[in-house]
Design a protein around this ligand. Structure first.
Ligand code: ADP
Ligand code: GN1
Ligand code: MG
Length: 371
């Protein structure tokens, strides 16, 4: 296999998977913050390409449990697609097995997995049109609906307390205790803001603890670039299934809005440009609720607007924690990157809170149709 752009030679890994043809070259692919992704290009033009991922096993300590989840979830969805006579190769991820019938490879201290590469599809870090936002919402909503008959407790917990804000605030306070004084002083404004508003935003988490909302199989990482679109702009496939776990619908809805219905990137330095795009909010909500069907309870629907504040805030807290820990979790492009991301996400949570009534109106008027 030809080495391109300083990409290592993956032969020792790729050889263990059952693939068609031969790989002629590989290059880094996508913009994920945790795993490392490569596209493997097939020698034969008519043969499939593959997507190889090195799993970050510092983050995902139970790789086998995580891969079992992905196998469960993709098989469950695939069965439904086959029954509906839909092309599952472009609507659900296909894991490639090894010659020993395993779903991943452990090689020289690292974990690897391989998927069929969907060459007719692509993701967008920022949605190009409102129509794409609708499609993204619908795809994530359908994902929840397709898994609504899968028992959540069958899934392994791949990251403990993943969207538990009270736990994330505890992690932040540990980071503060051991942080370099210079970093702490740089984070002062953000820390003050977090202290001021945390109690209010924790409400959703407290309601979860009281058992107010059903625990469902949720995606937990519904970033806009985790949906693949075809060239007509139709959303086709939800990807990045590492964090599919039991959780609240609010995590998925809130994260979708945080990344798909806003006016700037997750890490913009110009905070003046950070805002909610209400047309995109309407589109995502409409798409999400159409995709999800009649699965959600009244209580879940009521708290959808809160979830947008919750998810942008928790991301602000997590990015700031990592900044204070000197960038040990998220991949960064420069040493201040997590600080920039944190400022942007905290600002977004403030704006979403200020525009709460507008979001509430959209959700209420859409939900009335069902009532
Ligand atoms: P990460 O966890 O690092 O975000 P993803 O699984 O989301 O990794 O993959 C990174 C990018 O690779 C995605 O945003 C998407 O553009 C692309 N991608 C992932 N899986 C596939 C696939 N099976 N076919 C085509 N493109 C894919
Ligand atoms: C990480 O892997 P990626 O880039 O899709 C993170 C998400 C965050 C996201 C922020 C396992 O997702 O929780 O929302 O970055 N994934 C994990 O961009 O921590
Ligand atoms: Mg991703």
């Amino acid at each position: 296999m030809k080495e391109t752009m300083n990409v290592p030679d993956f032969s020792g890994v790729v050889d263990k998977f059952i693939i068609q043809g031969e790989i002629k070259e590989s290059f880094p692919y996508g913009n994920g913050h945790i795993n490392s992704t490569y596209r493997l290009v097939n020698q034969g033009a008519e043969l499939p390409d593959y997507l190889l991922q090195r799993i970050n096993s510092d983050v995902f300590v139970n790789v086998s449990g995580m891969m079992q989840n992905i196998e469960y979830v993709t098989s469950h969805i695939r069965k439904k697609l086959i029954n509906q006579r839909l092309n599952h190769h472009e609507r659900v991820l296909t894991l490639i097995h090894t010659s020993e019938a395993k779903r991943y490879v452990y090689h020289e201290g690292q974990y690897w997995r391989l998927f069929e590469f969907m060459s007719a599809l692509r993701s967008y870090d920022e949605a190009p049109t409102t129509q794409h936002v609708y499609g993204g919402g619908e795809a994530f909503g359908s994902f929840l609906s397709q898994l609504s008959d899968f028992e959540p407790s069958r899934l392994n917990i791949t990251i403990n307390n993943f969207h538990d804000l009270s736990y994330r605030l505890k992690q932040l306070s540990y980071a503060i205790e051991s942080a370099d004084r210079k970093l702490l002083s740089l984070a002062r404004v953000e820390l003050d803001y977090i202290n001021r508003v945390a109690e209010d935003i924790l409400k959703l988490h407290h309601l979860k603890s009281k058992g107010v909302f059903p625990i469902r199989v949720v995606h937990n990482d519904t970033k806009f670039n985790n949906v693949l679109f075809n060239d007509k702009g139709h959303a086709r496939c939800v990807i990045d299934l590492d964090t599919v776990m039991p959780g609240l619908v609010h995590y998925d809805f809130g994260d979708g809005i945080r990344t798909g219905a806003v006016t700037s990137a997750e890490d913009t330095e110009d905070l003046q440009t950070v805002d909610l795009d209400i047309e995109r909010f309407k589109a995502f909500t409409e798409g999400y609720l159409n995709g999800v069907g009649d699965v959600l309870t009244e209580g879940e629907l009521t708290y959808l607007p809160h979830s947008t504040v919750y998810m942008s805030f928790i991301m602000g807290v997590r990015f700031l924690t990592d900044f204070l820990n000197s960038n040990i979790y998220f991949k960064v492009k420069h040493p201040m990157h997590n600080h920039v991301r944190a400022k942007c996400q905290l600002k977004l949570s403030e704006i979403l809170n200020a525009r709460f009534n507008e979001m509430n109106e959209v959700v209420n008027s859409r939900v009335k149709v069902f009532r």
